[in-house]
Design a protein around this ligand. Sequence first.
Ligand SMILES: Nc1nc2c(c(=O)[nH]1)N[C@H]1C(S)=C(S)[C@@H](COP(=O)(O)O)O[C@H]1N2
Ligand SMILES: [Mo]
Length: 225
Amino acid sequence: MKKIICLVLLLFLLSLVACSSESGEPEDADAMSKATEDRYDEMEIKEYKGFKLDPSVGPRDNSIQGIQTVDINSYTLKVVGLVKQDITMSYEDVIALPSYEKLITLYCVEGWDATVLWKGVLLKDIINPAAAEKTANTVIFHCVDGYTTSMPLDDIIDNNIILAYSSNNITLPPSLGYPFIVVAEDKLGYKWARWVNEIELSDDEEYKGYWEERGYDNEADVSRK
Ligand SMILES: Nc1nc2c(c(=O)[nH]1)N[C@H]1C(S)=C(S)[C@@H](COP(=O)(O)O)O[C@H]1N2
Ligand SMILES: [Mo]
């Protein structure tokens, strides 16, 4: 008799477990909203080594000229300015360089942030073959939409700053700067140049890009961390 009761109990418990795992929708408080869910590209990964990733396409766009569409066949990336040798690279040339992956959060001054798995190449691997002059201390990024922003050359070299062509394992979407975005880790969003097509070496430490010229801090360090 005891055995039968145990068996019935066991079957009951097993059915409970089965039901709860079938019940589908997660119920935790921070379950993703349908709107957020919809922004993920079908192929995009949503989690990396236990970290939740944000959809790589943000909730809105406020680029100075809207989202740019770049024709990859005519696209070139140039390295110019205080260099011994100007360089022009195609998209294929850039992505043939050794690749690096980084899980980094972008913080915009507007108060939103996005944690994304970025994959790209080291900016120094692009700059080094051009051989920067000794006087060069600043890197100015020029973009297809006329946007510019800058970073100290040492920052880029010492922190292994990458130029990304992939976000969350998919090709960088146009909204994020296809073909390339500067993953300016530890810097506010306006340092993350998108649709980059020219890298200029300069000795103007005071250079002010589009938003910097309009009053935003040139260091742009992310303070909340
Ligand atoms: N080429 C280009 N890059 C740009 C911008 C832009 O307008 N043009 N906006 C910057 C700003 S202010 C932010 S916060 C990040 C993310 O842009 P988003 O706010 O439009 O998503 O891209 C940065 N890079
Ligand atoms: Mo921004």
